[in-house]
Design a protein around this ligand. Structure first.
Ligand code: SF4
Length: 447
């Protein structure tokens, strides 16, 4: 039995893959260590979505490789999207890498650490039969906090966004069954998880692959019946699939977070068309307005891409004005990354990196003012907060999240006072907001 170290990069979907691999290895009796320096086997679960994440993955692999010379490491395994996309290039150029585990070979990790041969990932040659998706019977060990867990409801994607390589890496869309998801969520809740976060490439397509309409709505209603759960959050919604049935389901239980995460990517009809996403500024503002009217108090998160090939100054100003008008509660802005094997990779003119970066900064500056104003409006309000534990920046404070704050991507609520003794992590408390910052809040526990 080996001592194995895991480094998990990329999105929450990749984190779930890491947790499944850890679960499988622990079931086989292996020990998992949080300290890469003492690991005999190191697994780097990589991301390959855009240039920046690929660079981070390669740097992390090289860092891990150095441990083969200085630490206990005798075997270096690369898993995830980079392994799936560039198997041959990794083995040719990174000689320290001993084995690869693709995104559809998650369960091969057990054989790899036992030095058994496995096939190389082959995202081009694989068939549908090779596509992998864990279920409630698959061992899984939570790597993140004990009170909040991601649940992957499907894998792959059937959309064809011009800038995105994920369908090529992760394959066609395939959903898990509602009974399997309810069983997994029930087990997580029985282990103290208070918040589950439903993730996939597109949660609103859930169930379409087995002929279900509004599958996500039915899933939410089924999950809302799990007693110990307090919050059910949904990420990665797709604009054209956000139905009134889903809105109804989101309003059907206090447990379902009044939180919508819907990457819109742009607001110029011309750019949206080139991105193969469709829609116009008018149709998107109508959709956002409709959701806000039908789900009172909903927090709206979105993501935009600037610097897409052919994006003019006028397109950008329309996007900026749209974001000013919509006043999103949460906004992430990414600079376009030219990806081989994508439609956009062949589109011109390319926008210079510094122009794209300038546009990203301008949008985030505008958003900072919007976020600060919205946060100030919360001062004096008493709101439910899920306490996560000591603050990362100061052990004088606790940190938690409101329902309108998703982990890792949104701000937090710091807590510097309490009318309650012995505050416990993973519990919900009512917090009175006393101060507001650009993205974070400060408050005191009142009950
Ligand atoms: S919805 Fe579009 S951006 Fe998202 S994973 Fe699918 S193809 Fe990529």
């Amino acid at each position: 039995m080996a001592k194995i170290g895991f480094i998990s990069l990329g999105c929450p979907k990749n984190l779930v893959d890491s947790e499944v691999m850890v679960g499988l290895l622990q079931k086989k009796g292996h020990t998992i260590t949080a300290d890469p320096a003492e690991a005999e086997i190191l697994v780097v679960n990589t991301c390959s979505f855009i240039e920046a994440s690929r660079m981070e993955s390669i740097e992390t692999i090289l860092e891990a490789a150095r441990l083969k010379n200085s630490g206990a490491c005798r075997k270096l395994v690369v898993a995830g999207c980079l392994a799936e996309r560039y198997p041959k290039q990794i083995l040719e150029n990174l000689k320290e890498v001993d084995a690869l585990v693709g995104v559809n070979q998650i369960e091969d990790i057990v054989r790899v650490v036992s030095d058994e041969p496995v096939n190389l990932p082959d995202s081009y040659g694989r068939s549908d039969a090779d596509l992998y998706l864990y279920d409630h019977t698959t061992p899984r060990a939570l790597i993140g906090p004990r009170h909040s867990a991601y649940v992957k409801i499907s894998e792959g994607c059937d959309h064809a966004c011009a800038f995105c390589v994920i369908p090529k890496i992760r394959g066609r869309y395939r959903s898990r069954s509602i009974p399997s998801l309810v069983k997994e969520a029930t087990r997580l809740a029985s282990r103290g998880v208070k918040e589950i976060i439903l993730i996939s490439q597109d949660t609103t397509s859930y169930g379409l692959d087995f002929g279900m309409q509004d599958g996500l709505a039915s899933l939410l209603e089924a999950l809302a019946g799990i007693r110990p759960l307090r919050w059910i959050r949904v990420l990665y919604a797709y604009p054209s699939l956000f139905s009134d049935r889903l809105i109804g389901a989101m309003n059907s239980s206090e447990k379902i977070c009044r939180y919508v995460d819907m990457p819109l990517q742009h607001a110029s009809a011309r750019v949206l068309k080139a991105m193969k996403r469709g829609g116009t500024r008018k149709s998107l503002s109508r959709l956002v307005g409709h959701i806000r009217k039908k789900i009172p108090g909903v927090a709206f998160r979105t993501a935009m891409i600037v610097g897409f090939p052919g994006e003019t100054k006028a397109d950008f100003l329309e996007l900026k004005d749209f974001c000013r008008e919509m006043e999103f509660d949460r906004l992430g802005v990414f600079t376009y990354s030219d990806e081989e094997d994508t439609i956009a990779g062949a589109l011109y003119p390319k926008i210079p990196g510094r122009t794209a970066e300038y546009r990203r900064r301008v949008l985030m500056q505008q958003q900072k003012r919007i976020s600060a104003r919205k946060n100030r409006a919360l001062i004096g309000q008493k709101l439910p907060v899920l306490v996560q534990g000591p603050a990362r920046e100061s052990d004088l404070l606790l940190e938690g999240r409101l329902q309108s704050q998703a982990p890792e991507i949104d701000g937090i609520c710091l807590i510097n006072d309490s009318e309650i003794d012995d505050v416990k992590s993973g519990r919900l408390y009512t917090v009175e907001i006393t101060r507001a910052f650009d993205h974070d809040l400060l408050g005191r526990i009142v009950r």
